[in-house]
Design a protein around this ligand. Sequence first.
Ligand SMILES: [Zn+2]
Length: 115
Amino acid sequence: MHEISLVRNIFRTLEQEFDPGELARLEGIDLKVGKLSNVEPLLMQSAFEAVVEDDGRYRHVSLNITVLPVKIKCEECGDICEVHNYVFKCSNGHPTRNLIQGTELLIERVHFADP
Ligand SMILES: [Zn+2]
């Protein structure tokens, strides 16, 4: 399950940015996941639970996942629109593969308890 290593990577990133004292107050992580990112939110959630269960330091941390729709920007007319059912066409019907959203896996925000 590649979600397990994704979750481990998220904690590794946070461990590089915050010191252990701060991380002890970590309460929540907001994640943004694009629809084309190959991350399945339900699997991500259960991978997260498995990892925090395994690593006692983060047992009180919760994960909040927001799924981002796929968006394209037409190179011909500049139209920006959402992609549904993998139809990569702008609203004027021009085919385009110019993705501007939908493949990301981002830590959007982290929440800390008051010291
Ligand atoms: Zn267009």
